[in-house]
Design a protein around this ligand. Sequence first.
Ligand SMILES: Nc1ncnc2c1ncn2[C@@H]1O[C@H](COP(=O)(O)OP(=O)(O)OP(=O)(O)O)[C@@H](O)[C@H]1O
Ligand SMILES: [Mg+2]
Length: 177
Amino acid sequence: MGRLEVDQVEVDLDPIVRGVLSTAVGLVGGKPIKLLKDLPDPLPMAQGDPVRIRQVLLNLYSNAAKFTDEGHITLHIREEADRVILAVQDSGVGIPQGNYELIFEEFRQAAAGRRQARQGSGLGLAISRQLVNLMGGDIWVESEVGQGSIFSFSLPRIPASDLSTNTRQPNLMSEGQ
Ligand SMILES: Nc1ncnc2c1ncn2[C@@H]1O[C@H](COP(=O)(O)OP(=O)(O)OP(=O)(O)O)[C@@H](O)[C@H]1O
Ligand SMILES: [Mg+2]
C-alpha cells in the first residue's frame, strides 16, 4: 500500500456530515433503509484531515449499505474528555466476533453469510484504519450476527478553550495542573 499522508487541522464536522449523508442516499439505492443521525448540537470540533475523515466515513457508509438489506444506518457522534467518537451503525448481516480484527487486514472479507453479490477488494477498512491511526485515533467494530454492526472511530478533540477562533480571555485562576 502506498504512503498515506494526513493533515492535522481543526475540523468542522458539520459540512462533512452533511456531504456524507447526502452521498449515502445514493449508496443505499432503492433498499428500504432509513438514514438516521444521532448528533450533539453543536457538533464538537475535531482534529484531523477533513478529506480523510470524509473518506473514512464514506468507506463505512459504503460497507453499511453493501451489507444491509433493510432497516437503518445511523450516524452517531459523541464527545469524550479528549476525543470525538464517530460511529456508523447498521442493521445488516453482522460479523462473527472472531473476525473483528481480521476484517481490518488488507484483502480480508468476513461478513456473516457473505454473498457473491457483495463484492469489493477488501481494502476499505485497512485504509480506514491507517488513516485514523495517522490522525491519532483508533477504529474498532462491535457486531451481532443477524442484528447489525457498529463501526466506531475516534479523533482527538479540540477543547473549546483551544480553538483558534476563541476570543475568550484566559482565566488565570484555573490555569496550571
Ligand atoms: N457493515 C458491515 N457489515 C458486515 N460486514 C462488514 C461490514 N463492513 C465490513 N464488513 C466485512 O469486512 C470486510 C472488509 O471490509 P472492507 O471495507 O475492508 O472491504 P470490502 O468492502 O470487501 O472491499 P472494498 O472496501 O475494498 O470495496 C468486508 O468484505 C465484510 O466481510
Ligand atoms: Mg468496503
